[in-house]
Structures are given as structure tokens and as C-alpha cells.
Design a protein around this ligand. Structure first.
Ligand code: SF4
Length: 231
């Protein structure tokens, strides 16, 4: 049986059921009949997930800046589409470029451990970068690249609508807060960021290079927790 005849059979069945229902309602004395959609309204989580997927489809072949030529994969970001917190790094590294996922190298493994220390998993949060493509040799992002790519992150933040944003490292912090102040000056307190809060802490790669930074990074995470509890 072809799909057309199956569809018309379904339509006939639906019409019969509808007729029977209306007749029953009239027999019961009702003068008006109300119908509701057979589909439940979409959950907010489904809506954010769909919007992120649609947005990814729109930008996945982005050629706005020269990094498109050297990348293996665009690293969009991943995690909970309704996360209360978004962690933002500066740009994908070699492992991330190869796999198309953010924070998957040694620094990413440390970030996962840091999250575990405050009872969070990567499924609870969202992770993205200022740049979606890897700068060659892991050099710092150029201002021209940031200017072209930053709107993508802004759009992700708008869709996910988190309570807090955590900037990982100097470049993410300076870019998001539009300042030249040092990381030391920017960390230790919450910054207003549009209608949200923004916390600055060390990039996990910096913690791997200098373990003495782990203690202040832990203080930052505790501050983050207090904000999430308050939210
Ligand atoms: S870094 Fe951003 S702007 Fe440049 S090509 Fe990649 S996605 Fe496009």
C-alpha cells in the first residue's frame, strides 16, 4: 500500500472519530465543542536545543575570517541548552580543532575535575569559546577575528540565557568585559554583564602550567557556587 492511500485511510479514520465525538457531545446537550492540540507544548529545554541546533546549521560553514581556511572543524560549543552557567574560553586548541568539541584536551580534563569539585558535570553547564576556529599555532586571537566571531557567542548566550558567565583566562575576560585590565584586577568579584553576572578566573591551561594558581582558582569557584545558589 502506497503512503498516499495510507494517509487517506488515516484521514478517513480521523474524520469518523471526529464525527462520532461531535455526535456524542450534541447528544449530551453541548452546543459548542472545543479541540486542543494533540501535541504537548514544547518544553523550554527543547526550544533552546532547537534554536542552538538551527543556529549551528546557519554558521557551521562560516567563512567570515581567514581562520576558516586553516581549521579542521568549527568548534561551536556544547552542553546543557538551558545551563545556568556558561564557561567561555578564548579559542579551540589542537585537540578541539581535530574533534570539533570544546575543552577536550588536558585543560578540558582539568576543567571537568574542577566542575566535579563543585558538584557539577559537563552536562550541567555550557562551554564555548570567543572564537569558533583555531588560530594557527594557538596564537592569541586577533582583534579582527574577535570582532567577526563574537556575535556568535552573544547569540548563544541569548539563547541559553544563563545566570552567570565564567570567563576562563585573560583573553576571554578582556573580550567579554571590553577592557584592557589585567586578569589579576578582574578576578575575585562578580561583574555586571548585561542582565547577568560575570566571573573571571584562570584558564585551566594556566593552572596546568602553574599549580600555585589552583588555590585562588578554587576561591573563584566557591564564589561561583554562591552566585548559583542565590540565582
Ligand atoms: S573564527 Fe568565527 S568568524 Fe572566523 S571563520 Fe571561524 S566561525 Fe567564522
Amino acid at each position: 500500500m502506497g503512503s498516499d492511500s495510507r494517509d487517506s485511510q488515516v484521514d478517513q479514520e480521523t474524520l469518523c472519530l471526529l464525527q462520532r465525538y461531535i455526535t456524542q457531545q450534541m447528544e449530551l446537550g453541548y452546543k459548542e465543542v472545543y479541540f486542543s492540540s494533540p501535541f504537548p507544548p514544547p518544553k523550554p529545554e527543547d526550544s533552546s536545543r532547537c534554536r542552538l541546533e538551527e543556529f549551528y546549521e546557519r554558521i557551521k560553514d562560516c567563512q567570515r575570517c581567514p581562520l576558516a581556511k586553516s581549521r579542521k572543524n568549527l568548534v561551536f560549543g556544547e552542553g546543557n541548552p538551558q545551563a545556568e552557567i556558561i564557561f567561555v574560553g578564548e579559542a579551540p586548541g589542537g585537540d578541539e580543532d581535530r574533534l570539533g568539541r570544546p575543552f577536550v584536551g588536558r585543560a578540558g580534563q582539568l576543567l571537568t575535575k574542577m566542575l566535579g569539585a563543585i558538584d557539577l558535570t559537563r552536562e550541567d553547564i555550557y562551554i564555548a569559546n570567543i572564537l569558533k576556529c583555531r588560530p594557527p599555532g594557538n596564537r592569541d586571537p586577533l582583534p579582527s577575528e574577535v570582532a567577526l566571531c563574537r556575535p556568535y557567542l552573544d547569540q548563544q548566550i541569548e539563547i541559553i540565557d544563563p545566570l552567570v558567565i565564567c570567563a576562563l583566562g585573560r583573553i576571554a575576560a578582556q573580550t567579554l568585559l571590553d577592557t584592557r585590565r589585567s586578569l589579576g584586577e578582574l578576578r575575585g568579584f562578580l561583574h555586571p554583564f548585561r542582565s547577568r553576572r560575570l566571573l573571571v578566573t584562570y584558564h585551566p591551561a594556566a593552572l596546568l602550567r602553574n599549580p600555585h594558581l589552583k588555590r585562588p582558582a578554587w576561591e573563584d569557584l566557591k564564589l561561583l557556587c554562591t552566585q548559583l545558589e542565590r540565582g
